[in-house]
Structure formats: structure tokens, C-alpha cells
Design a protein around this ligand. Structure first.
Ligand code: FAD
Length: 460
């Protein structure tokens, strides 16, 4: 603890010695293959003044643009994306649309447990409502997801917790090993918790599908427009390659990339995570590997292994070992390798899948890609407002739970802006404390040491 404090005190020096640059690589995910014709929109070419400038074109940015422009149709709103909408984690993730704010987080009271579940369940319902309201072409499943236990003792603990959650009105169910086989025949599983309200979604289709809706609602969208610098004040100035933006308020919707703007460097770090997917499997092929129902599962290890079956039949999976994640020195936000150069990491990950579903070996991997998560040490994300003028809004650091929460963030930010934030106060993501992460070189050394010695990811 003392060492962490000393290391954190070196932030001002470290920031000078190791300046960071924004790097955004191309999204090569399975999800992107479902919108092959999407072209990035125009960049900003002339100076503008707006009421709200949103930085980042993933779930957080698009959700904020959506909810804010519905509440304040008279205000000028612009969204800036460094590359193309859904180029970041929102267009590259594992697709699990989950409740709760992180895995295995205990809450202080039953009331908070209910509140968190109901909040995220409302988040999922909001995603479905928006898709329905605007008739968006988004592939998804809403038929539940499984939290799988690989140890009988942990399964029993989970069983007891399920009974407690049921007593609070939370509709989860415990499946013993035999019941679980009726959903997914996973080798080595002792039981699972089924959340019938969870599901799976192609997030890239959601983000890009909302583009015309936002434009219709008056939002200006500038793609290929990285924000290079933020100068805070009553009126904030944003520097872009060709023009300056003046904004009364801004939103940091940049998740794993946020440190590049000088914010939350000691709170959120970018973690590169690999994902693989097969070509679509027929129903018979899905049955042959033991996948009968449910959109996906995640296991109970620290380096969580997860998998979903898309509506089209793609078996998508990631995680499961140290090798499926990489922290790169000085918070690099682009993964420098190709799937070929990182093949040993992908193979290790694929072997974890084959341990769970041996018959899936019969179906070749068609897609391999890497995406950048924003990780906090406590694993809870951060939403709120900061700055001397209380005009820098943020929603970052979702770890592996951003599909639901980042899509909810636009409601939270709009309510904070309106001064009507009672619904969110006290929730674990609302202006929370965070455990500070030391700067380089301690950050990289600490990550390497901890992950190699323990096989786990650093947590506070
Ligand atoms: C491999 C992987 C698997 C995951 N699996 C799951 C899962 O199964 N379930 C789940 O719930 N969550 C999952 N997540 C997490 C989830 O995808 C993210 O939490 C969520 O997408 C975050 O959305 P966002 O909009 O905040 O960030 P992002 O989607 O990363 O969007 C940020 C955007 O900001 C842009 N940007 C950055 N800097 C600038 C700048 N200076 N100027 C302009 N634009 C900028 C980036 O280009 C990017 O498009 C996963 C993430 C990854 C990477």
C-alpha cells in the first residue's frame, strides 16, 4: 500500500517522461462483417460552437447523444469519433448483454442488490425499446445467459445466493450439472446460474444503426475527427486536426482511450482482449457441440472465459487465460500485432473453449480480433461530472460489463446535466471512489509481475 502511494506520487514526472499518444487501430471483428457497406462520415473542417460536445462514438457516446438530444432538442449537440462509429470496444466485444455492474461484486444491503439488478435490467429493456422504436436492424438474442461454476463448493455458494436473490424478487435460477446440460453441455461444470433477462447483441449494428436516428434528432456527427486536446473553462475548447470546437459542456465517452485526453490516467487502464468466432453453425451443428439454448455463458475463474452463440449461429468466445489479455507499456490503445502474430495467445484461448465444448473443434475459427477494454482496479465503472465548472461529464471504465451499462450511461449523464440525478445516487458507478493505479514504469512492471505470479488480473 505504501509502495503504491509512493509510486502514485511520481505521476507528474512520469507523465512528462512517458507522454502518451492516441492510437486507434481498425476494427476487424465478426460484428463489422455484418455492416460491410458502412462508410465513416465527414470530419470536422470548420470551427463550431456547441452546447454539448461528446467525445467518442461507441455505446457511451451514442447513448448520450440519443437521450440528451431527446431531452434537449433545442440544444446544439456534436459527437466526435476519432475513426468510425463503433470502432472501439462497442464494436469488438464478446456481445454478452448482462445484468449487474461487474462479476461477483457484493453489495452492502439487500436494497442495493435489488437496485443494481433492477437498474441494469432497465438498461437492457431500454436497449430493446430503442431497437424496437426505431426499427433498427440489430441481431440479438434475449433468452438468458449463464454464469457457470466449475467447482462444486463454489456452485453450492452460488445456489444459496440464488435463493437469496429469488427472495428479493430477482428472477435468477440455479441449474445443477444435469439441468445445465439441457442448456449447454459444458464439460467440467458443476452448475450454473441462469439469468433469464440477459442476452447477446451485435453492438456494432446498434451503434451504427442509430446514426440516422441521431442525425434526425439534430445531432451533428463528425467521424475521422480525433479530439487532440481539451482546454477546460466555462467554455471548453477542443482541438481537432482541422478546427476548434467551443463547447459549454463535454462528455468523455472514450473508455479505454480516456487517458490520452489527460483524464482518469490513475483510474482506468486500457487492456487488450482477444476474441475468436466461427462461421455460422446450423442448428444441427449447434446441437452437435452441446449448445441447445441460452445466448451464452461466462465461467467463474478470475480470467473469465466466455462464449455466446449469435442469432446467425456464430460461436464467439474469449478470455480464459493470461494470454487472452495484454497490457501494453504506456497505455498503448492499439494492439500492434495481427491475429497471426498473436496466434499462440489465440490458440490458448481456443483450447479453453475446446475443454468446455470438445466437439466445437470440428468447426474452424473464421474470425480473430482484439479490442480495448477500460479497466478499473475495483471493477466498477465511473459515471459523473467533474471540473471547476462542473461541465466535464464522464462515463468510463466498464471492464467487461459495458454492453448494458454504457448504453445506460446516456440516461445517467442527461439526468446529471438536468440536476435530476436522484435515481442514480448511491449506485456503485455513480461518482464512486476508485483505487489509484500507479504510473509507468510501475504500472507495466506491476501488471507483468502480478499476472505472471498469480495468473490473475490485478484488483483492489
Ligand atoms: C474484447 C472485448 C470483449 C468485451 N466483452 C463484453 C461483453 O461480452 N459484455 C459486456 O457487457 N462488455 C464487454 N466488453 C466491454 C464493452 O464492450 C465496453 O465496456 C463498451 O463497449 C464501452 O463503450 P464505450 O462507448 O464507453 O467505449 P468504446 O466503444 O471503446 O468507444 C470509445 C470510442 O471513442 C473513440 N475515441 C477515443 N479517443 C478519442 C478522441 N480523443 N477523440 C475522438 N474519439 C475518440 C474511440 O475510437 C472509440 O470508438 C468487452 C470489451 C472488449 C474490448
Amino acid at each position: 500500500m505504501a509502495a503504491a502511494k509512493v509510486a502514485s506520487a511520481t505521476w507528474p514526472v512520469a507523465a512528462k517522461i512517458f507522454p502518451e499518444i492516441l492510437e486507434v487501430d481498425e476494427n476487424k471483428s465478426l460484428w463489422a462483417t455484418y455492416t460491410p457497406d458502412y462508410q465513416a462520415g465527414d470530419s470536422l473542417k470548420k470551427d463550431i460552437s456547441v452546447d454539448l460536445a461528446i467525445i467518442g462514438g461507441g455505446f457511451t457516446g451514442v447513448s448520450t447523444a440519443y437521450h440528451f438530444s431527446r431531452s434537449y432538442p433545442e440544444k446544439r449537440v456534436a459527437l466526435f469519433e476519432a475513426k468510425i462509429l463503433a470502432n472501439g470496444a462497442s464494436g469488438r466485444n464478446g456481445g454478452m448483454m448482462l445484468n449487474w455492474v461487474t462479476d461477483h461484486l457484493q453489495f452492502a444491503s439487500d436494497d442495493m442488490t435489488q437496485r443494481v439488478y433492477n437498474t441494469t435490467h432497465d438498461g437492457i429493456k431500454t436497449i430493446l425499446t430503442i431497437i424496437d422504436r426505431h426499427n433498427l436492424d440489430v441481431s440479438l438474442r434475449h433468452d438468458g445467459s449463464l454464469e457457470v461454476y466449475t467447482d462444486s463448493q463454489r456452485a453450492e455458494t452460488a445456489h444459496a445466493e440464488v435463493e437469496h436473490h429469488q427472495s428479493l424478487g430477482i428472477p435468477v435460477r440455479f441449474l445443477d450439472a444435469a439441468d445445465l446440460k439441457k442448456y449447454i453441455g459444458l464439460e467440467g461444470a458443476s452448475g450454473a446460474v441462469l439469468d433469464p433477462n440477459a442476452g447477446q447483441i451485435n453492438g456494432l449494428q446498434l451503434v451504427r444503426g442509430l446514426r440516422p436516428v441521431l442525425i434526425e434528432q439534430g445531432v451533428e456527427i463528425y467521424e475521422q475527427t480525433p479530439i487532440l486536446k481539451v482546454r477546460e473553462g466555462r467554455e471548453i475548447e477542443l482541438e481537432t486536426p482541422h478546427a476548434t470546437v467551443k463547447a459549454k459542456a463535454i462528455v468523455l465517452a472514450t473508455n479505454g482511450y480516456t487517458g490520452k485526453l489527460g483524464y482518469f490516467r490513475d483510474a482506468v487502464f486500457p487492456l487488450h482482449s482477444h476474441v475468436s468466432a466461427t462461421a455460422p453453425l446450423t442448428k444441427e451443428q449447434q446441437q452437435s457441440i452441446g449448445w441447445h439454448q441460452s445466448s451464452g455463458y461466462a465461467d467463474d475463474y478470475d480470467r473469465i472465459s466466455y462464449s455466446v452463440m449469435t442469432k446467425e449461429g456464430n460461436l464467439v468466445f474469449g478470455g480464459g487465460s493470461n494470454e487472452s489479455y495484454a497490457y501494453l507499456f504506456n497505455n498503448r490503445t492499439a494492439y500492434p500485432g495481427t491475429p497471426e502474430s498473436a496466434m499462440s495467445s489465440f490458440k490458448k484461448m481456443e483450447n479453453t473453449l475446446y475443454d468446455y465444448l470438445p466437439n466445437s473443434k470440428a468447426f474452424p475459427i473464421k474470425h480473430r480480433w482484439t479490442g480495448t477494454l477500460g479497466i478499473t482496479l475495483k471493477r466498477n465503472n465511473l459515471m459523473g461530472v467533474r471540473g471547476d465548472h462542473r461541465n466535464v461529464f464522464y462515463a468510463v471504465g466498464y471492464c467487461g460489463h459495458g454492453v448494458t451499462l454504457a448504453n445506460l450511461s446516456g440516461k445517467v449523464i442527461t439526468d446529471i446535466y438536468s440536476g435530476d440525478d436522484g435515481q442514480w445516487r448511491g449506485l456503485p458507478f455513480y461518482q464512486p471512489d476508485y483505487a489509484p493505479i500507479p504510473p509507468e514504469p510501475f504500472r507495466w512492471l506491476g501488471y507483468q509481475f502480478f499476472t505472471r505470479v498469480t495468473g490473475k488480473s490485478p484488483r483492489a
